[in-house]
Design a protein around this ligand. Structure first.
Ligand code: CA
Length: 389
């Protein structure tokens, strides 16, 4: 076999190898370019696809701009989204009344006037009766239990189902923990003391309060101080010491009652218009979801850290009269709550469906928390009350 025949035999192979080498080199160069693009001119490459599209959202809230806790959660959400997306999604936050009044947040997002909203689901119970479960119901779940039900007990899926007809995607966007029963201009010694009392108290609790002989009104947070000061209302509930101190309620009411029988761990909501959500690429949708999850937990952390000091300021510096709701008042309120709940599930099929899920979770978590959270807190107190030595 001569050289010529060898060359003849191997030439096609050499050409093939050269072509393969060129493909590899070009591939490496292209990948390198893509890498550069990711870092500089085209942020946001996912699975090799480069997207440099930027999105701007308007988010309206039911809170005054930057209200501690509730309002800052919306601002924090915007900041986390900005940071995680490297500026590809910018959320502009507007306080109550800047674009729409507080109580029009739901409609504004539903009708795509804006892209997103931050508020509380139970504000919309006139439109969506089942929405009360997604904030909290009287004598209902605590913050820890709400988070368990929403994220691992089917609650969030039901919330999405309830809001789907309104073109809205809901997410949990904060939790206040146990609230206070509220501010009163008179002492409450029996259930009869609610007779004729006009109180700002939303959700199903409003109906319970009415059953107890009072009048319930729905007033946004930013208007509560003036309403109490001018005598439009005799009592109000808002959140707890940290928020209530910021709004100055100690200047317009004397008695501060606990515990918040009507809101044992209220979830705040973050709603997004469906088209706005679907316009986002998958990575930005994930960022929205996880930023909401972050602020949901963060709000609870902040209240847990700040309520204690705020209560001390209210009592020690502002002479607020701290009072515990009497046991028989609590029992009467619980009985009324059961009646209001029955009426709700009898009149709204979706509320009945949500209640079935909520109640199943409630019964089981309550039984477990008797021997865990509750037993632990009781044991801790008892141990400290008994001298060790
Ligand atoms: Ca409240």
């Amino acid at each position: 076999m001569g050289t010529a025949s060898l060359e003849k035999r191997y030439t096609p192979l050499v050409i093939l190898l050269l072509v393969a080498a060129l493909v590899v080199v070009f591939g490496l160069w292209a990948a390198d370019q893509a890498q550069e693009d990711r870092g500089f001119s085209h942020p946001g490459a996912i699975d090799g696809q480069v997207s440099n599209e930027r999105f701007e959202w308007k988010m309206v809230t039911t809170w005054p701009k930057n209200l501690p806790g509730l309002g800052t959660a919306a601002e924090n959400f915007a900041r986390y989204v900005q940071e995680m997306s490297d500026g590809r999604l910018t959320v502009h936050v507007y306080g109550a009344g800047e674009i729409v009044p507080a109580m029009e947040v739901f409609d504004a997002v539903s009708q795509h006037v804006v892209d997103a909203g931050h508020g509380a689901a139970y504000y919309w119970k006139g439109k969506v009766p089942s929405s009360v479960f997604f904030t909290g119901v009287p004598f209902g779940l605590t913050a820890q239990e709400m988070n368990g039900w929403l994220h691992f007990g089917g609650g969030l899926e039901l919330w999405q189902e309830a809001y789907a007809p309104f073109n809205l995607v809901p997410l949990a966007g904060g939790n206040t923990g146990v609230q206070m029963a509220g501010w009163f201009n008179r002492e409450i010694n029996s259930i009869e003391d609610f007779e004729g009392l006009k109180m700002r108290i939303p959700g199903l609790a409003g109906e319970v309060f009415v059953a107890a002989g009072g009048t319930a009104v729905r007033i946004p947070g930013g208007e509560l101080y003036t309403s109490m000061q001018t005598g439009v209302i005799d009592a109000l509930e808002w959140v707890g010491p940290y928020n209530d101190l910021a709004l100055g309620f100690h200047e317009v009411a004397k008695y501060y009652y606990y515990p918040g029988w009507h809101e044992g761990g209220s979830t705040l909501e973050l709603i997004v218009n469906r088209e706005s959500m679907e316009a986002l690429p998958p990575d930005l949708r994930a960022i929205v979801k996880y930023a909401a999850r972050a602020v949901n937990q963060e709000m609870l952390d902040e209240y847990t850290a700040r309520n204690n000091d705020a209560l001390r300021v209210l009592v020690d510096e502002h002479d607020v009269q701290l009072r515990r709701m009497p046991d028989d008042v609590m029992r009467a309120l619980w009985r009324s709550s059961e009646v209001a709940m029955q009426k709700l599930v009898d009149t709204d099929p979706m509320a009945a469906k949500v209640y079935a899920s909520y109640k199943k979770f409630y019964d089981s978590v309550r039984a477990y928390h008797h021997i865990s959270e509750q037993a632990y807190i009781n044991a801790r107190d008892q141990a400290m009350d008994s001298p060790v030595e």
